[in-house]
Design a protein around this ligand. Structure first.
Ligand code: ZN
Length: 482
């Protein structure tokens, strides 16, 4: 093998590989010599990957630090900011119901999260995961097929383990009248979402293991670039490829509401050709609207459940969505997410080329020394459990940061809706309605903010509307409870 620094050692796809032996073949004979040699060969690329990861994560931190609206309502608020107080606007009954619902949905949510994490971490950081993959792919000869089978088997296993908690959570939604679905329809949704997971994970892992195998020392460069492109591509096609799997969409029919909304968008300087309605009522009674996609796939979508609300309240919601559209929040979030994923893939390289971690995961850390050798080390498809465990850990670490930034962006969109409609009373009434109908947590604790809260709570949003009113000398919405 060449010791030259410039090029990749050529580990060409050996024709014999399709007939690779069973995954359990031992290659203990090289255990002694390889790490020292491999260690020296890997030192340069590992150092470069570490620098790349640091630069990418620093870039993410800098972009988030500079572009997040840390103060979504800039300027002086006469008399200072008011504190969120649910008792001002929510009846004791509404507060009690929200607390009871919170107490009922939290056990399945937390236990599902914890069990799911524990299972994937145990699979990834012990030989159990590689054994599971070895077992499921024992009869599969072709390499790419082994990657695909491993991806499907592992994601299915995790889904099956999470199922009891999802059934529990869904039954709580049913008890509180939030779900309108029959159990068979719910089961079909679960299957569809598993199918989407299979497609995304299989494509991502096939691409990853193809570069890992082709460029054992520098795959992080291709993986980081590919990961970035994949994140952007998925976000772009999501509204036209994934969303229709779950919902039917139609244009908001011609009429006063449509005219008003398009006029408002025009006044706001946001080019909106159409407003879509999703048939959300097939599974929920909750109210919502969202913006997804960017460029030619960007769309503003209203839940059909929302259409029975008074027109000014719908305008208030669409004003919020226009705030996202005007600031390109989806595109921006996608680019930052892509950078984070690129950094994560450099980190993944550092971790999966660690012989200690590979041994812990039950995979032979040797880099193949000879042409035609069975793929070992990070190129071994049995490392997929370790990869998924690292992805799960990374996602969990990133979630509180994502939620923190998301809450500020949502508050900025609220401020935009208030600027546009100049109607804080309707905004307050709408936020009250959203919180009551969706049975939102009215005073989340810090763990709930950290783990789940992508939006400020209803009382937070109403408090900001009162701040906005005093800033703009508009009548402050009186408490809804007298
Ligand atoms: Zn929003």
């Amino acid at each position: 093998m060449s010791e030259g620094d410039g090029g990749e050692p050529s580990v060409a796809e050996p024709p014999g590989e399709t007939g690779a032996g069973p995954a359990a073949v031992s290659s203990g004979a090289r255990d002694g010599g390889a790490p020292a040699d491999g260690g020296a060969r890997m030192r340069g690329p590992r150092r470069a990957a570490a620098v790349a990861a640091a630069v990418l994560f620093a870039g993410v931190a800098a972009v988030l630090g500079l572009t997040t609206p840390w103060n979504p309502l800039p300027g002086h608020v006469p008399g200072g900011h008011v504190r969120a107080d649910p008792s001002l606007d929510f009846s004791p009954h509404e507060i009690a119901r929200a607390n009871a619902f919170d107490g009922a949905v939290n056990p399945p949510a937390y236990s599902g999260l914890i069990v799911g994490l524990v299972v994937i971490l145990v699979l990834g950081f012990t030989p159990l995961g590689s054994r599971f993959i070895g077992w499921t792919t024992a009869r599969v000869r072709r390499r790419p097929l082994r990657v695909a089978v491993a991806a499907v088997a592992l994601t299915t296993l995790l889904r099956v383990i999470g199922l009891p908690f999802d059934i529990w959570g869904e039954s709580v939604l049913r008890d509180y009248g939030l779900s309108t679905q029959s159990w068979p329809a719910w089961a079909v949704d679960q299957l569809k979402s598993l199918g989407v997971t299979w497609v995304i994970y299989t494509i991502a892992l096939l691409l990853l293991y193809a570069v890992v195998r082709r460029f054992p020392r520098y795959w992080w460069t291709g993986a980081a670039a590919g990961g970035f492109v994949l994140v952007v591509a998925v976000s772009f096609i999501y509204p036209v490829v994934v969303e229709p799997v779950f919902n039917n969409f139609h244009s908001l029919p011609a009429g006063q509401l449509r005219t008003d909304l398009l006029t408002m968008a025009k006044r706001d300087g946001v080019p909106v050709k159409d407003v879509l309605v999703a048939d959300a009522s097939r599974r929920t009674t909750s109210l919502n609207a969202y913006v997804s996609g960017f460029g030619s796939t960007r769309r503003i979508v209203l839940y059909d459940t929302l259409l029975k609300s008074p027109r000014p309240q719908i305008e208030s919601i669409v004003g919020h969505e226009l705030g996202h559209a005007k600031r390109n929040d989806v595109l921006w979030g996608t680019l930052v997410g892509g950078l984070g994923v690129a950094g994560g893939l450099c980190l993944l390289y550092l971790l999966t080329t660690s012989p200690r971690l590979l041994r812990r995961a039950g995979v032979d850390p040797d880099v193949p020394a000879a042409r035609g050798a069975r793929s070992t080390g990070p190129a071994d498809p049995r490392t997929i459990a370790l990869v998924l465990a690292l992805v799960a850990a990374g996602t969990q670490v990133a979630a509180p940061v994502q939620n923190l930034v998301s809450r500020r962006i949502e508050a900025r969109a609220d401020a935009h809706a208030l600027d546009l409609t100049r109607d804080p009373s309707t905004f307050t009434a709408m936020q009250h309605e959203l919180s009551v109908r969706n049975i939102n947590d009215l005073h989340p604790n810090w763990v709930e903010y950290l783990l789940w809260m992508t939006h400020p709570s209803g009382p937070d949003r109403i408090a900001m509307a009162r701040d906005w009113s005093r800033m703009h000398h508009v009548t402050v919405p009186p408490p809804l409870q007298h």
